[in-house]
Unconditional design. Structure first.
Ligand SMILES: *Cc1c(COP(=O)(O)O)cnc(C)c1O
Length: 387
């Protein structure tokens, strides 16, 4: 298939849009509409309204006093995305994109999901806005995540198992894109992370930036100054880019993304094109995207958003890895010491904070983005700890 390259939407050499021409036309229109509405006062007011009344924002920036004492170094603050409706940051983006879809006259929302978390966030927002919702999911994933399939169905979505290929996330992405090209006149593709061709990474960042917009205001209220570092886990990179956004132009603030040591796209990836955009990708010996595995389903992706790729090569952000053992320990420690059970994804950021905080003096400040709550992971952790 012939490919078309667009100059917009680049972060250094990363990003862009490498897709067939018929899909490019749909993306051009989406981009135009996004830029038209994102700063529109009525659109902004409507978004603020639903974030407050439905998602429950703003959420707190909690001082983790006992954790700070236990680790004996920098002060730890937790940004509480776990307290959002549906229990994670993904709803921020789902609401933002649905409001845009409504403005564009779409009647039907499609999305793809691997573990099901983005599918659930999308189905939730669709129920709220009375939109038809179709979620593509690899057939293999529908079996492994039967409860999330049921959740989406309860919320009124149609879940379509994809049998093509290996029946995994990549095959579900292909089906969703096919659907979009066929039905773009009434259909909006709601993408869940800061990945994909332009304008998705820019759009997802825009809707997740509320995290750092709030945390910056909150830390200045509480401490009278900026934090020394902001930490977030990185799968596709949406909670991390949202947690970093308002600090990128503050050189005194270290930005630290944390990955599983089994899916270290940023620490070991090489520039390559994946799913229609250029980013750092983990490749195997044959030069194919590596099959990754993470105990945290949301971090199981061989690539990473283009802006993180750029922040990494320019040195503005740092990226670190933690092991499964460290993650499990952090998961339990935060539960025991603060009464907060974190998502396994978020526990990656907590695990790295545990290593970093004791190396810093007590007058230093760390913000750890708690991307989600751990209820969804309790059963899995039970089995891991009892085997
Ligand atoms: C999906 C998910 C992630 C990973 O996605 P990003 O786009 O990297 O933020 C992290 N934490 C939670 C709780 C998630 O549900």
């Amino acid at each position: 298939m012939s490919q078309q390259v667009q100059q917009e939407g680049y972060f250094g050499e990363f990003g862009g849009s490498f897709v067939p021409p018929e899909l490019q036309e749909v993306l051009n229109y989406l981009s135009e509409q996004f830029y038209k509405f994102k700063d529109d006062p009525e659109f902004k007011e409507e978004l603020r309204y639903y974030l407050r009344e439905y998602v429950g924002r703003e959420n707190p920036l909690t001082y983790a006093e006992r954790l700070t004492e236990a680790w004996g170094g920098a002060k730890i603050y937790l940004k509480r995305e776990d307290l959002n409706h549906t229990g994670a940051h993904k709803i921020n983006n789902a609401i933002g994109q649905i409001l845009l879809a409504k403005r564009m006259g779409a009647k039907r929302i499609i999305a793809e999901t691997g573990a099901g978390q983005h599918g659930v966030a999308t189905a939730t927002a669709c129920a709220m806005f009375n939109m038809e919702c179709v979620i593509y999911m690899g057939a293999e994933d529908t079996r492994r995540q039967a409860l999330n399939v049921f959740r989406m169905e309860l919320l009124g979505a149609t879940v379509v198992p994809v049998h093509k290929g290996q029946g995994r996330l990549k095959d579900a992405v292909d089906e969703a894109l096919d659907d979009l090209v066929r039905n773009y006149k009434n259909t909006f593709y709601l993408l869940g992370s800061a990945v994909g061709p332009h304008p998705f990474p820019t759009m997802v960042k825009h809707f997740q930036s509320i995290i750092s917009e709030e945390s910056k205001r909150q830390i200045i209220e509480k401490e009278g100054r900026l934090p020394d570092a902001v930490l977030a886990c990185a799968g596709g990179g949406s909670n991390a880019i949202g947690a970093f956004a308002h600090y990128i132009d503050e050189p005194s603030v270290r930005l630290i993304g944390v990955e599983p040591d089994q899916a270290p796209s940023l620490t070991q990836g090489v520039p390559s094109i994946l799913h229609g955009f250029k980013c750092l990708v983990l490749l195997d010996e044959e030069g194919q995207p590596k099959k990754t595995y993470s105990i945290a389903a949301g971090l199981d992706y061989p690539g990473i958003g283009p802006e993180h790729s750029h922040l990494k090569v320019t040195g503005r952000a740092e990226y670190a890895t933690v092991t499964n053992e460290e993650v499990l320990e952090a998961f339990q420690e935060l539960s025991r010491v603060e009464g907060i059970i974190p998502a396994l994804e978020s526990a990656h950021a907590v695990a790295y904070a545990k290593k970093l905080a004791p190396t810093m003096s007590r007058d230093r400040i760390l913000i750890v983005n708690l991307s989600g709550r751990g209820d969804k992971d309790v059963e899995q952790v039970f089995h891991m700890l009892h085997k």
